[in-house]
Design a protein around this ligand. Structure first.
Ligand code: GLN
Length: 198
């Protein structure tokens, strides 16, 4: 049995419960004993092996992380998986940000907020990814406009990147424009494998 890792789920808003449940199920499938914690305060951050940032609203997530004094500490987490608003949080460049909005600036990607239109333009679709077929749910999703060469694309929709990963300075980041926590354990299992390096 591998040593127990701690995976946090940023728990201010968004699909927190779904991410926790999907991570639990993924751990079970992989037969790993993972400690999964809800993250709302800064104290736990330095103990985390990994963090999942759910979708929600990137502007609000930034404000709450900053208010709780956890923003700078978050940048040092070794493994981060960001879905939707979480993917926005990882990007070095964002378009259509609100004044003062910041991201963690960890991944070499350019992302456009709300690029698929309004909430009512949300959709779901079967997508063939490098990890297998999944049902991808897009909720007021961002579009990844550009990825640098160090970034590995894991899924595309009509020629556009919708999931990608980057290893940089011993850290690992995974971003998806859709919400894998709603339909599949595929991406969570993959993320956990990176965290455990198995
Ligand atoms: N539109 C949101 C934002 O800009 C992202 C939507 C989502 O996470 N489902 O943060």
């Amino acid at each position: 049995m591998k040593s127990r890792k701690i995976i946090g789920v940023l728990a201010f808003h968004g699909d927190v419960i779904e991410h926790i449940e999907t991570t639990k199920l993924s751990a079970k499938k992989l037969q790993l004993d993972i400690e999964i914690v809800s993250v709302r305060t800064k104290d736990i951050i330095s103990h985390l092996d990994a963090l999942i940032i759910p979708g929600g609203e990137s502007t609000t997530l930034y404000k709450l992380c900053e208010r709780e004094g956890m923003w700078e500490k978050m940048k040092k987490i070794k493994n981060i998986f960001g879905t939707c608003a979480g993917a926005i949080m990882l990007a070095k460049v964002i378009n259509h940000k609100i004044p003062g909005q910041k991201t963690l600036e960890l991944m070499d990607i350019e992302i456009d907020r709300n690029a698929y239109g309004r909430q009512t333009d949300s959709f779901d679709k079967d997508i063939k990814t490098k990890l297998g077929y999944i049902r991808a749910v897009f909720i007021r999703a961002p579009r990844i406009l550009k990825v640098e060469t160090d970034v590995n694309v894991l899924a595309e929709n009509e020629g556009e990147t919708i999931a990608c990963e980057q290893k940089i300075d011993g850290n690992y980041y995974l971003a998806s424009c859709f919400h894998p926590e709603l339909t599949t354990t595929t991406f969570h299992e993959y993320f956990i494998k990176q965290v455990y390096q198995i």
